[in-house]
Design a protein around this ligand. Structure first.
Ligand code: PGA
Length: 252
């Protein structure tokens, strides 16, 4: 059975003290009331990871960085390598978020280097894909998203591909309050799963967790998660409030 995953993406929000407070609040709520079959991950800024790892029950809550360097180490001022992320105790790394593709010029080529380093260092990549509004309006979203996968994670060996969690995030829905309809989410998730089946076989496709992201919140999560091919969410704004995040974890 593929895993249900709810991952928070805090983006560039919270000081370390605020982040630790948020992590502790999530930890407490999840321990008391969180759905046991849902994998919970907190995607924190690099500066917070060690403190958040120390603040939560590591058997219950995973921690992710939101990026890693495309080089293993060396003279790359300001970069944080996959090995460094791993050494904090984090188990996951969010890669290919549309904000990084758009504002920091991340290409498939860069992402392939980051994916390889994340996997070599034993991190689970949460790999993001998704189309901009113009592409959705032109009706070419399926081709666009599958191409993003073909250029990156479909190049991996089947053993490595099995370690990936995918997050489909339509860019027009991120932070806009405009969520994909359950039909739009299900359709794309099914297209992604079919493409995985064609590339790696039906069994692998069936085991791959595909999360939805983009204005997913405590009100709309249960509708979105009721789709057979939606296996959870990558949550931005709503992950910054512990009760809202818990409601999403419990939305199945
Ligand atoms: P949002 O962000 O939930 O604030 O729309 C989701 C994301 O970008 O991962």
């Amino acid at each position: 059975m593929r895993k249900k995953v709810v991952a928070g993406n805090w983006k560039c929000n919270t000081t370390v003290a605020e982040g630790v407070e948020l992590a502790k609040a999530v930890n407490e709520l999840v321990a008391k009331e969180g759905a046991e079959d849902v994998v919970v991950v907190l995607g924190t800024p690099f500066t917070h990871i060690t403190s958040v790892v120390d603040a939560v029950d590591n058997g219950r809550i995973g921690v992710a960085s939101q990026n890693c360097a495309a080089e293993p180490k060396g003279a790359f001022t300001g970069e944080v390598s996959a090995a460094m992320v791993k050494s904090t105790g984090a188990g996951y790394v969010i890669l290919g978020h549309s904000e990084r593709r758009e504002y920091y010029g991340e290409t498939s080529e860069t992402l392939n280097k980051k994916l390889a380093l994340a996997l070599e260092n034993g991190l689970t990549p949460i790999y993001c894909c998704g189309e901009a509004l113009e592409i959705r309006e032109a009706g070419t979203q399926k081709e666009f998203v599958i191409n993003q996968l073909e250029e990156t994670i479909f190049q991996l060996s089947v053993e490595d591909f099995k370690k990936i969690v995918i997050a489909y995030e339509p860019i027009w829905a991120i932070g806009t309050g405009k969520t994909a309809t359950t039909g739009q989410a299900q359709e794309m998730h099914k297209d992604i799963r079919d493409a995985i089946a064609a590339k790696f076989g039906a069994e692998v496709a069936d085991e791959t967790s595909i999360l939805y992201g983009g204005s997913c919140n405590a009100r709309n999560a249960s509708d979105l998660f009721s789709n057979p091919d939606v296996d959870g969410g990558l949550i931005g704004g709503a992950s910054l409030k512990a009760p809202d995040f818990l409601a999403i974890i419990n939305a199945y």
